[in-house]
Structures are given as C-alpha cells and as structure tokens.
Write a protein that binds this ligand. Structure first.
Ligand code: FES
Length: 113
C-alpha cells in the first residue's frame, strides 16, 4: 500500500488555529483535527456513549474552558491529547484517535480503510 493510500490531507497547517477544530470526512469516516498547546490531535467524530457525532455546531468540540473535548448531547468530557473520557455517561471509554502528521505545510491523517 502506498503512502497516498494511507494518508489523507485534511487542511493547511495555518488554517488550524489554537483551540480550533476542522471537521473532515475521509473514507466515509467523519473526523476532526484540532490544535491545543502546540499539539495536533485528530479523532473520529463519534461519541462512545451513543455512537453519534460529538458536536452540534460546526467546528465546536471544546468545553467552555477549552480544556477538554465535550460531547454536545450529554456533556461527556474527553482529554484532548488521548481522547479518554474522564466524566459523563461513557467514563472510562475513549474516542478513536487518528494518526496525524504535517508535510509541506499540510496536515494529514491516516484513516483505517
Ligand atoms: S452521546 Fe455523547 S455523552 Fe451521550
């Protein structure tokens, strides 16, 4: 399998500001990529509680303090770095992380086929 089959470009690096998220769909998988304290994370946009999308507003995934990813439906909180649920109905479960990398000023994610 070639690199181009595994990695998909989702946005330019400069398009992703601190505490912002950009949504994407690759291989029919909805996801989001976000920047936090200089670190880039990406996850499948699916809450482990009910298997539905985390956000109601486009690009809005963080809680009011911008410390956790928050599910808009029942308020579950997930760590930004690893997607671990630390409060809410799916406590102990986790978001599905996606590998990310930066190449030539673009952000890429690897989505399972
Ligand atoms: S659907 Fe996400 S916490 Fe219930």
């Amino acid at each position: 399998m070639s690199t181009s089959e595994q990695w998909q470009t989702v946005c330019r690096r400069e398009a992703l500001a601190e505490h912002q998220a950009i949504e994407f769909t690759v291989n029919e998988t909805p996801g989001f990529i976000l920047a936090h304290k200089g670190h880039i994370s990406a996850f499948v946009n699916r809450c482990p509680h009910l298997g539905i999308g985390l956000n109601w507003m486009p690009g809005r995934f963080l809680d009011v303090d911008r410390c956790f990813i928050q599910c808009a439906t029942h308020g579950a909180l997930f760590t930004i770095d690893r997607g671990q649920c630390i409060a809410g109905p799916c406590q102990g479960e986790a978001l599905t992380p996606l590998e990310t990398r930066e190449q030539d000023g673009e952000l890429l994610v690897r989505v399972p086929a």
